[in-house]
Design a protein around this ligand. Structure first.
Ligand code: GDP
Length: 432
């Protein structure tokens, strides 16, 4: 196993830069530069190379089994200048048995050494990518092993149920003094409802991770673009995409009370003969349909919401600056993108609708998690069916329980890990 090193902090000038070294030669490499301090004791040390001082650094040494990777490792907190970092990396590259780490390699070793399971690796990637408060809280929960803890409980129940069934197979000729089936049924019933509940909360967990979509819909010239600009100007826009000639949905991603939200400005809805506009209207309806929430901008007092709107969507009178207080009081929400009137209230309404939905958020943040749990659930259902209406015997039930268990092991990355590693580590950078 090579010993790897890399800059773990961001590139460029900074107060402090952190270089990580991990692997069997981490400690001996450090010994070539300075007196190795006691493990887990931050020590200020001059680092020497070829008779000259490279830098004065805070040095941390971790022993095998007590580091992020599980390997012996070293962290150097250097002065964060580019020349300092370059000189230290250059020195490390000259040490036999050391090489520069590949992207995500430290985390990969942590996974291989059992310090993290696969869901925790995903949680770590999400924590590094987190842009909003809700993303931070959720990814930290996953990184802490929330999924693994649940899965362990489920697997214990599966193993117990399988063991009870195996006993009836092994001792089929003898009379068992107790009927194990009631306990098996109770275990499987409990598992079915827990896995079902977990899947029910998965959609929202995924939304917290990827962001909610809110479509602004209404007739042409209702003031949708102006409202989007007002929203973006008022709130920290994370990214903003201006529509090209082929795309006519403009997206602005922003942080709304800790939630990642993408507002979509769609083509105005109206009947038209213009084939290009027809396409735009179709796309607008598609995106509005798929969105988590729609803000329908009423164009005047007699306008009515389009059919695409659903219960709990926000129906808002636009161009509020044109109307009197009496008219406005007939509408729960009214905004003027032009003057900014009502925009903050609208954002507040959006935020409370979305926050009320996040209450049911589960821990399965990715589609991969949902697929694994659904596979497990399907196997459990087959086991239950066979148990209730025996066709093929108790061996088949035991086999389905093993399949349910295997699906959960895939979730944690204990088996079949290679098939998903590439995709997961693609988002990692060098030094992580
Ligand atoms: P969209 O087609 O729905 O995106 O509408 P736009 O945002 O492009 O606005 C259409 C026209 O209405 C433009 O001339 C805007 O200046 C005007 N407009 C938009 N919002 C407001 C508003 O809040 N108040 C007033 N008085 N005019 C507005």
């Amino acid at each position: 196993m090579d010993t790897i090193y890399a800059l773990a902090s961001a590139r460029g000038k900074a107060g402090v830069a952190v270089v990580r070294v991990s692997g069997p030669k981490a400690h001996s490499a450090l010994a070539l530069m300075t007196a190795v301090p006691k493990t887990r004791q931050a020590s200020l040390r001059k680092l020497y190379w070829q008779g000259a001082v490279l830098d004065e650094a805070l040095v941390l040494v971790f022993e095998e089994g007590a580091s992020f990777t599980g390997e012996p490792s070293v962290e150097l907190q250097l002065h964060g200048g580019q020349a300092v970092v370059a000189a230290v990396l250059q020195a490390l590259s000259g040490i036999d048995g050391l090489r520069l780490a590949e992207a995500g390699e430290f985390t990969r070793r942590a996974l291989e050494n059992g310090c993290l399971d696969l869901t925790q690796v995903e949680g770590l990637a999400d924590l590094i990518d987190a842009e909003t408060e809700a993303q931070r809280v959720q990814s930290l929960r996953v990184l802490s092993g929330a999924i693994g803890a649940k899965v362990e409980g489920w697997r214990r129940d599966l193993v117990r149920a399988a063991a009870l069934l195996e006993a009836t197979i092994d001792f089929a000729d003898e009379d068992l003094s107790v009927d194990v089936m009631p306990e098996v049924r109770a275990l499987l019933d409990g598992l079915l409802s827990q896995l079902d509940a977990e899947l029910a909360g998965a959609k929202i967990a995924e939304r917290i991770r990827d962001g909610f979509e809110i479509a602004i819909v209404g007739r042409p010239n209702a003031g949708k673009s102006t409202l989007l600009n007002a929203l973006a100007g008022r709130n920290a826009a994370i990214t903003s995409e201006i529509a090209g000639t082929t795309r006519d949905v403009i997206e602005v991603r922003m942080d709304v009370d800790g939630l990642a939200v993408t507002f979509l400005d769609t083509a105005g809805l109206r009947d038209t003969d213009d084939p290009v506009e027809v396409l735009g209207v179709e796309l607008a309806l598609q995106r509005a349909n798929a969105a988590d929430l729609r803000v329908f901008l009423l164009d005047g007092l007699s306008d009515t919401p389009a059919a695409v709107c659903r219960e709990n969507d926000l129906i808002v009178l636009g161009k509020a600056d044109r109307f009197s207080g009496d008219d406005l009081s007939r509408f729960a929400y009214h905004v003027s993108g032009l003057t900014g009137q009502g925009v903050q209230l609208l954002l507040g309404a959006v935020s409370s609708v979305l926050l009320s939905r996040t209450v049911g958020a589960g821990t399965l943040t990715r589609q991969r998690h949902q697929i694994a749990v659904r596979n497990s659930l399907n196997a459990l259902r087959s086991a239950m069916n066979e148990l209730e209406r025996p066709l093929m015997g108790v061996e088949v039930v035991a086999e389905e329980l093993r399949a349910a268990s295997r699906a959960l092991e895939v979730l944690l990355g204990r088996i079949d890990v290679e098939t998903v590693l590439g995709e997961i580590f693609a988002s990692f950078c060098i030094g992580k």
